[in-house]
Write a protein that binds this ligand. Structure first.
Ligand SMILES: *Cc1c(COP(=O)(O)O)cnc(C)c1O
Length: 232
């Protein structure tokens, strides 16, 4: 087996074990393969192993890469979106994970209007309150939720967060739990379900699954260490 095939088998096994512990159906956890800095050839190898859902964190990189990858793959944008990239993002991606302000939502909505589409989005929540992180605070998310929900070309499907980096996965648990609790408050405020919780990366996805993640974003555990870390 290739490294990638072995890594994927191991990740799948760990997902299944975490679902077991949490009494969850593994069908409720989507594996999103984070392909930033990964070549189109490797994406194709991953597709041959059955992966369909890929995540990119830079519009520029994705715009160059996606046309070189198999056409049946699905792409999510997981990075910090800049307003001048909304047009490309609306054309390239099936979902935006890290919508982090009302003005950005308004800009994205306008671009989706021009593209005649409705775009599923997740609101990024800075649960930990780290100043280095993008995202709504829980309070601003609750404040701006109705205004974003009123934008006709965006569809809020749920929430996303990144736990503070730690070598100890268990430390992420309270942050993931807070995201899940905030989801309930947002659902109550909207009077509508928000099915998706995008949380969990290579270092902490099992804890995230135990706390209710429906989308886990995995790069390193599948593709190995990236050469240089993207900064945003
Ligand atoms: C890079 C990245 C990931 C994947 O991180 P790994 O630790 O390599 O699994 C997940 N989410 C976001 C937003 C990222 O930028």
């Amino acid at each position: 087996m290739s490294d990638l095939a072995e890594n994927l088998a191991s990740v799948r096994q760990r997902i299944a074990a975490a679902c077991d512990r949490a009494a969850r159906d593994p069908a409720g956890v989507q594996l999103l393969a984070v392909s930033k800095k990964v070549s189109p050839d490797t994406v194709e190898a991953a597709a041959q192993l059955g992966l369909r859902l890929f995540g990119e964190n830079r519009v520029q990189e994705a715009k160059a890469k996606i046309p070189l990858c198999p056409g049946h793959l699905r792409w999510h944008f997981i990075g910090h979106l800049q307003s001048n990239k909304c047009r490309d993002a609306a054309a390239l991606f099936e979902m935006i994970h890290a919508l982090d302000s009302l003005p950005l939502a308004e800009e994205l909505n306008a671009r989706c209007d021009q593209a005649a589409r409705t775009l599923p989005v997740l609101l990024e929540i800075n649960v930990s309150g780290e100043s280095s992180k993008h995202g709504f605070s829980p309070e601003t998310a609750l404040r701006d939720l109705a205004a974003i929900n009123a934008l006709p070309h965006l569809a809020i499907h749920g929430l996303m967060t990144m736990a503070p980096w730690s070598p100890i996965a268990e430390k992420a648990r309270p942050h993931f739990r807070k995201l899940r609790e905030l989801r309930t408050r947002c659902e109550d405020a909207l009077g509508a379900p928000l099915p998706e919780l995008s949380m969990g990366m290579s270092g902490d996805f099992e804890v995230a699954i135990e706390e209710g993640a429906t989308l886990i974003r995995i790069g390193t555990a599948l593709f190995g260490e990236r050469k240089t870390e993207a900064t945003d």
